[in-house]
Design a protein around this ligand. Sequence first.
Ligand SMILES: NC(=O)c1ccc[n+]([C@@H]2O[C@H](COP(=O)([O-])OP(=O)(O)OC[C@H]3O[C@@H](n4cnc5c(N)ncnc54)[C@H](OP(=O)(O)O)[C@@H]3O)[C@@H](O)[C@H]2O)c1
Length: 327
Amino acid sequence: MENYCLTAPRYKEMGYRRCGSSGLLLPEISLGFWHNFGANDDYEVCKSIVHYAFDHGVTYFDLANNYGPPYGSAEETFGRIFMESLRAHRDELIIATKAGHDMWPGPYGEWSSRKSLIASLDQSLKRMKLDYVDIFYSHRPDFQTPLEETMETLVDIVRQGKALYVGISKYPAEMAARAYDYLASRHVRPLVYQGRYSMLNREPEEDILPQCAERGVGFVAFSPLAQGLLTDRYLRGIPDGSRMTKSRFLRPDVLTDELMRCLRHLNEMAARRGQTLAEMALAWCLRRPEVTSVIVGASSVAQLEKNLQARKNIVFTPEEEEQLLNS
Ligand SMILES: NC(=O)c1ccc[n+]([C@@H]2O[C@H](COP(=O)([O-])OP(=O)(O)OC[C@H]3O[C@@H](n4cnc5c(N)ncnc54)[C@H](OP(=O)(O)O)[C@@H]3O)[C@@H](O)[C@H]2O)c1
């Protein structure tokens, strides 16, 4: 088995935050596998990003059944890397997956029935070559399936030892409250809420972040760079190979004059703070104590390397906060 850098000073370079009121610490910056880890991406690049992450204290890897493309292939990539080099470090890793979005054909390949969630997690474990995941998420709210069925399935998954902890993603606050109550009534901790949060989307500040604080649930922010908008990636046009050129989730029509003005303004503000726009965007999420971790995506080691610098300054003056509110 390949041990790539046993001597890396990995835990000195990262800060760890308690996930809600649980016993689990998560790195302030985590790595997501939504894009860039599919079957069509260069395996050696994928592997070097994961190794760089782990060598610099990123212990949380965020996956889902349908990350790719094609669906399932990001988990397969992770499984291959895991078997080649990370297996000896299993107890140093937090590996999460999710189910709920479309995954396989037919009525059981999506949403959150007991049938779908259990089948999906079993598939994920096989693809990732794992006996268990650390966190299993209900990936989105399902308004047709009784919430009790979904939550009872999460309880059973924990009892079966297939996941150590469970979380929810994108649930409206009222439904999240009912989910937390149900899990608590069955003595299973709702560990974490995963939601979209960035300088371009402050919605969770209204109800989800206060609710997490009140309920002792951790909050992990996804797309903290707004899929690359909050970096220098699109300040001078749309570069070849960028997400905007290849993903249906980031369309060129989002680059309105108004957004470009805002991004340029933010970029100047970041420079005044001695940060890149990406660093400032991540630091801005981490300024909130309710945020346990930001999950970043990266298509190269260089991007991740830069993003990890964000932790160096996460303090914003009241004047900066004010300016940001008006951006
Ligand atoms: N729960 C959910 O429903 C949900 C939804 C979405 C995401 N997530 C999770 O959150 C993770 C992160 O989401 P995301 O990938 O949208 O995050 P993001 O960090 O907002 O965007 C990542 C993208 O930004 C660009 N980028 C990153 N660092 C850069 C830098 N320093 N300079 C220039 N460009 C940079 C890269 O785009 P290029 O590819 O163009 O280089 C990269 O792929 C996902 O992988 C997934 O694990 C969860």
